[in-house]
Design a binder for this molecule. Structure first.
Ligand code: GDP
Ligand code: GDP
Length: 436
């Protein structure tokens, strides 16, 4: 699912991150051992009038060792390259500055809608201060106040009006995947090796700029794959492309656009904080995940190496216990031929539908093996379950009192469901509801 992307641009201190945080709100992360998921966010989910979108705070992407004007130039360039709609932010408190004019000059080149927001208009009297900003040439400025939460509704109304029309095409049969991982783990080598397979037919597809970087191919069974390259594997050599924040933002976007994530880990270097941050995002987004350990050729191995490496990964990514691990080498091509089948398998599991009758048999068996808990003499009753969606498979389980469903019992039910059906590679979501 591709979401419209909104970028906030402007010189430092106008209030970009304040507005960003207001719009995305506080979403509590369910992955406790991934620090960084909520801290220092520059990319997050936003919603207004039931329209879902993604927001980037370009001010959070600082490009090392670049002078001030260069920084804001690059940040504006990121917005132009990435966004569907740009919010250009200035401040009524400091008034129009040279840096604002500098940003404006870059944004003139954008072939994208630019909405001018004047922040720090904290009271009605200050509304007269916005007129100077007409000089920037972006039409009517929207007065807002991040600290007082004023004017955001009108601004967001305008933002969603500018969203491109999203074609709803039936893409159910396409297998959309992306390779995610830090620079140098071997993503482009893996892509080239995969696409270089004789049995793979790559079809160039004309389309939007976004499609142009995605690669469509068909395997020998005739199954259609789309490799989503929002992760920036085909590098264009821009200054900001090597900054960590930018690559994390790109990775999150690729995760949003894909169904299956190949999380690539470098066997030589092991797992880093950034890997966990990105894997945590994929897990929370409910994507199917395969852990790909690349550069397996570089390790000196004995008969326990693979098992130990696997243990290391399981410890570091506890919440990804459903994700298969594969040890490959883009260099020697070791086990690369296994990847397409593995991608297909987890994609199928991610889309798997279970008939209610079969599901309820599994639930009955589960309750028979391990009776539901009682609290103060009252027993948890499970009435029935039903699958409500796929990608990821999501089940609603109706009970007498959801409060009595302990985490451990819920975990047990999930395991019973996993034992009964193949959900390798995909998260499974259980929603516990009350039924009187
Ligand atoms: P950024 O560098 O553009 O991301 O700006 P920040 O969001 O960090 O804000 C810079 C400063 O402006 C902080 O001290 C904020 O508290 C303050 N600020 C943000 N929004 C408003 C506002 O609407 N009114 C006032 N008076 N101050 C604000
Ligand atoms: P990316 O930045 O993740 O796209 O990584 P690249 O594909 O550009 O690879 C980074 C470096 O690692 C290059 O020098 C590759 O030749 C090397 N490399 C990639 N895969 C392997 C592998 O499986 N084994 C070894 N020894 N080197 C590899």
């Amino acid at each position: 699912m591709a979401y419209p992307l909104v970028a906030i641009v402007g010189r430092p201190n106008v209030g970009k991150s304040t507005i960003f945080n207001r719009v995305v709100g506080d979403r509590i992360s369910i992955v406790e051992d991934t620090p960084g998921v909520t801290r220092d966010r520059i990319y997050a989910r936003g919603e207004w009038l039931a329209r879902e979108f993604r927001l980037i705070d370009t001010g959070g992407i600082d490009i090392d060792d670049q002078p001030f004007m260069k920084q804001i130039t690059e940040q504006a360039q990121i917005a132009i390259d990435e966004a569907d709609v740009i919010i250009f932010m200035v401040s009524a408190q400091e008034g129009l500055t040279d840096a604002d004019e500098h940003v404006a000059k870059i944004l003139y080149r954008a072939d994208k809608p630019v909405i001018l927001a004047v922040n720090k208009v904290d009271n009605v009297e200050m509304r007269n201060d916005i007129f100077d900003f007409y000089a920037l040439g972006f039409g009517d400025p929207y007065p807002i106040s991040g600290s007082h939460g004023i004017g955001l509704g009108d601004l967001l109304d305008q933002v969603i009006k500018e969203f491109p029309a999203m074609e709803k095409i039936d893409e159910d049969d396409l297998i959309k995947f992306s390779l995610i991982g830090r620079p140098n783990v071997g993503k482009s080598s893996l892509v080239n090796a995969l696409l270089g397979e004789e049995r793979v037919i790559v079809s160039p597809i004309e389309g939007t700029t976004r499609d142009a970087i995605d690669t469509h191919f068909t395997d020998e069974q005739g199954d259609e794959f789309v490799m989503i390259d929002t992760a920036g594997i085909r590098k264009r050599g821009k200054i900001y492309e090597n900054t960590e924040k930018y690559s994390v933002m790109r990775a999150m976007r690729a995760i949003d656009d894909s169904n299956v994530i190949l999380m690539v880990i470098n066997a030589e270097e092991g797992i880093r904080e950034q890997d966990k941050h990105v894997a945590g995002y994929a897990h929370e987004a409910g994507r199917a995940i395969i852990l790909v350990v690349n550069k397996w050729d570089t390790l000196k191995k004995d008969n326990r190496t693979m098992q130990e490496f696997e243990q290391h990964i399981r410890n570091e990514f506890k919440y990804l216990d459903y994700a298969p691990i594969v040890f490959v080498s883009a260099k020697t091509r070791q086990r690369l031929d296994k990847l397409p089948a593995l991608i297909k398998m987890v994609d199928q599991n991610h889309k798997r539908r279970i008939a209610s009758s079969v599901l309820n048999e599994v639930l009955l068996d589960a309750i028979a093996t391990n009776p539901t808990p009682t609290v103060h003499g009252k027993r948890l009753r499970i009435y029935y379950g039903t699958q409500v969606s796929i990608q990821p498979p999501t089940f609603v389980i109706f009970v007498n009192d959801p409060e009595m469903m302990h985490f451990s019992y819920q975990r047990f039910l999930e395991n019973q469901i996993r034992n009964a059906f193949d959900f390798t590679g995909t998260p499974v979501h259980l929603i516990i509801r009350e039924r009187k």
